[in-house]
Design a protein around this ligand. Structure first.
Ligand code: SAH
Length: 365
């Protein structure tokens, strides 16, 4: 008889919601409560091997090892910044880089995760663009980044003392990986698991207009930040090619629609990377204020000092320039903040994720 061997990817259990895990477990002939036990071992205690889930019967653990996996990301490198930030560089099973950044903060830690391996958007000031798009990540690959970062910092099963905020601001355009992203957020929100609710999550987009409207309709949606970085189409076309597809008027109209879904006290955020001599003049601050006010956007603005991204030809705006820009926006009634860069020395800051390996020499320089 002819025997065919088919290589199938093992089922990644971190891809499954609580309901799906229960069904999967039932399919293996177990009772539903075993599914709930498994889910809480994976997501609440953050156990990283089936054999260590000792509240499950031994035979069932053995069956899980045969039928599924809970590891799809291999840790390739880990870098520590002098400011406490940690950058992880993982590889997917099919060989693509995934980067995650853990940022300790006084009140609550932030984990910045990637939604895609590489990125298709080709923003002129961002290093990730140089990788090009490999593919969108799966929900499980997103969840696994957060579990691995928490385990690295607090130990497996370790308590996370003051909770975690998540930002989808790593590599990739999260709204182009929307299905995976929303599924990952649902999995992570479960009280039986990580219990990181969407209110603690911010998704940043370069401006995928139809998906902004789609996100507005999602029940229990995360916060939204929109990367603007230019007050005119002429400049934004050059810096962010996505603007040629969805120019500022369309983008801001979508933001205006999104605003209707805001909860009390919630604000939309605009991000603006400060590039010396390119988009940081006082006149550009006034243009930006007019633009936001014209569209009746009650948003706040985060100014992001440009992070060094050799070989890209940009320089960060001097502090006085950023301050002057900030004051003009504030004077026009727009709350404006300057985002302090974290993890620059290990290539972990905004726009620096390019799967870089650092040597001892480059770390100390
Ligand atoms: N693709 C999404 C998610 C990435 S978030 C987006 O564009 O919003 C990363 C943030 O870092 C974005 O606001 C982006 O504009 C900003 N950024 C990119 N390159 C940067 C750089 N070199 N220095 C500072 N910020 C940068």
């Amino acid at each position: 008889m002819l025997k065919l061997t088919v290589m199938v990817e093992p089922l990644h259990v971190l891809d499954l919601s609580l309901d799906e895990i229960v069904r999967f477990v039932e399919g293996l002939g177990e009772r539903p409560f075993r599914g709930r036990q498994l889910f809480s071992a994976l997501h609440n205690r953050r156990v990283r091997s089936f054999t260590e889930i000792t509240d499950l019967p031994k035979a069932f653990r053995a069956l899980l090892v045969e039928r599924a996996t809970l590891r799809t990301l291999a840790l390739e490198a880990r870098y520590f910044s002098t400011d406490g930030t940690r950058r992880y560089l993982f590889r997917t099973r099919d060989g693509h880089p995934v980067e995650t950044v853990f940022i300790p903060e006084a009140r609550r830690d932030t984990i910045c995760f990637s939604s895609q391996a590489g990125c298709a958007l080709a923003c002129a000031f961002c290093l990730t663009a140089q990788l090009g798009l490999k593919r969108s990540l799966t929900a499980g690959e997103i969840v696994e980044q957060i579990i691995c970062a928490l385990n690295d910092v607090y130990g497996e099963a370790g308590d996370v003392p003051h909770g975690t905020n998540l930002v989808a601001m790593g590599a990739g355009e999260p709204l182009l990986a929307l299905d995976s992203l929303l599924k990952a957020l649902r999995i992570m929100a479960a009280p039986e698991g990580l219990h990181i609710v969407p209110r603690r999550v911010t998704v940043s987009t370069a401006g995928v207009v139809p998906r902004i409207r789609q996100l507005a309709e999602v029940k229990d949606r995360p916060h939204l930040a929109v990367s603007l970085s230019a007050p005119t189409d002429e400049l934004r076309d050059r810096l962010m090619p996505i603007n040629r597809r969805w120019p500022l008027a369309e983008l801001l109209a979508a933001c205006r629609d999104f605003q209707r879904s805001l909860r009390p006290g919630e604000r939309l955020t605009f991000e603006y990377v400060m590039l010396s001599g390119v988009n940081d003049a006082d006149e550009q601050a006034r243009q930006l204020a007019r633009l936001l006010n014209r569209h009746q956007l009650r948003a706040k603005v985060n100014l992001i000092p440009h992070n060094p991204a050799e070989p890209l030809p940009y320089r960060p705006s001097p502090d006085e320039r950023i301050e002057s820009f900030r004051r003009i926006l504030e004077a026009k009634g727009i709350p404006t903040f300057v985002r302090r860069p974290r993890g620059r020395d290990i290539f972990a800051a905004c726009g620096q994720l390019a799967a870089r390996h650092l040597t001892e020499a480059s770390l100390s320089s």
